[in-house]
Design a binder for this molecule. Structure first.
Ligand code: SF4
Length: 312
């Protein structure tokens, strides 16, 4: 049955001139039928370069919106419209407008995990792979409003040494669940392993303080693409992974001889897991569900997104 679905997907993909992009947190079967698998930034870059007529986005809604903003002439499809994001939902347009009123001269830096409307009210968009670089590019005397992820924000603030950053108290329900105790438990269980920790994790501040204070070299805070690059360097390593566990599939492909342990088996994003092979096939057959951003929003949102892609 699965084989049949995969061969139908491949046939339709060719016939309808479609590129399939899948996020690192998608289920393994969906990652395996994609033309490209990556993080938000990598997939935005691939969307921008795509020559195909249709982009089928296997990820969550804000990612498909970003692709639509970057490629207004293409048809962007998502296989399930319910694939949202708790982090993106934690900063609504009106909340951002109110926040900006309190700091009228501040530069607004928002994570890519936001709606198109929120991006349209931002000066810069960032991902976990380029947030530090973007903040470093902003003049030191400028106040920064950083949202919606408070853990990524506090990580950026610490690494850049910036004191004039105000953080929005938003979080991703998956990464916020990772606590310092989970890392401690895994440390005792996997004595030789290195720890690759995503900057959205709830433990990130305490882990960084720990690592700095003790001079530890076995914990590294990395974006998902950073994790892939790190693992590629060492073909027989042992790693504890603190991010959504979908990434393990790609890590194992990149380094089949290494050992990977999720910091917790519960780190799973229910939104990412809504996309299945059956839904991908349905989406291709019926060319649904189209994600399109209104021109007036797009014209504003494209500016911070382009800055994000340029400072990659
Ligand atoms: S893992 Fe968190 S940030 Fe990523 S899509 Fe799911 S809810 Fe959003």
């Amino acid at each position: 049955m699965e084989k049949e679905i995969i061969s139908k997907i491949k046939k339709l993909k060719k016939e309808k001139d479609v590129v399939i992009l899948a996020h690192n947190y998608q289920i393994p079967e969906v990652q395996d039928i994609a033309d490209f698998v990556g993080d938000s930034l990598g997939l935005s870059q691939k969307a921008k370069e795509a020559g195909e007529r249709i982009i089928l986005f296997c990820g969550v809604h804000f990612m498909a919106e970003t692709a639509s903003i970057l490629c207004p002439d293409k048809k962007v499809l998502i296989p399930d419209l319910q694939a949202g994001c708790s982090l993106s939902d934690s900063l609504a347009l009106l909340q951002l407008k109110e926040w900006k009123k309190r700091y009228p001269d501040a530069v607004v830096v928002t994570y890519v995990n936001t709606s198109a409307e929120v991006k349209a009210e931002s000066d810069y968009c960032v991902t976990s792979s380029n947030a530090v670089r973007v903040v470093n590019s902003i003049p030191e005397d400028k106040m920064i409003l950083f949202g919606p992820d408070m853990f990524l924000g506090s990580y950026v603030s610490r690494v850049t040494g910036r004191k004039n950053i105000r953080l929005w108290a938003g979080e991703c329900h998956v990464h916020a669940a990772v606590k310092a105790e989970d890392i401690e438990r895994a440390r005792k269980k996997h004595l030789k392993a290195r720890f690759l920790i995503h900057p959205e994790c709830g433990c990130v501040t305490s882990c960084m303080i720990d690592a700095f204070d003790k001079g530890e070299k076995d914990s590294i805070i990395l974006s998902t693409e950073g994790m892939i690059r790190e693992v590629e360097k060492n073909k027989e390593g042992e790693y504890v992974i603190a991010t959504e566990k979908g990434i393990l599939h790609r890590l194992k492909k990149v380094s089949p001889s290494s050992k990977f342990y999720p910091v917790s088996d519960e780190l799973e994003c229910k939104y990412m897991k809504l996309i299945t092979l059956e839904k991908v096939l349905f989406s291709l057959e019926n060319e649904v569900y189209e994600v399109k951003v209104k021109k007036e929003i797009r014209d504003k949102a494209i500016i911070p997104i382009q800055r994000m892609v340029e400072i990659a």
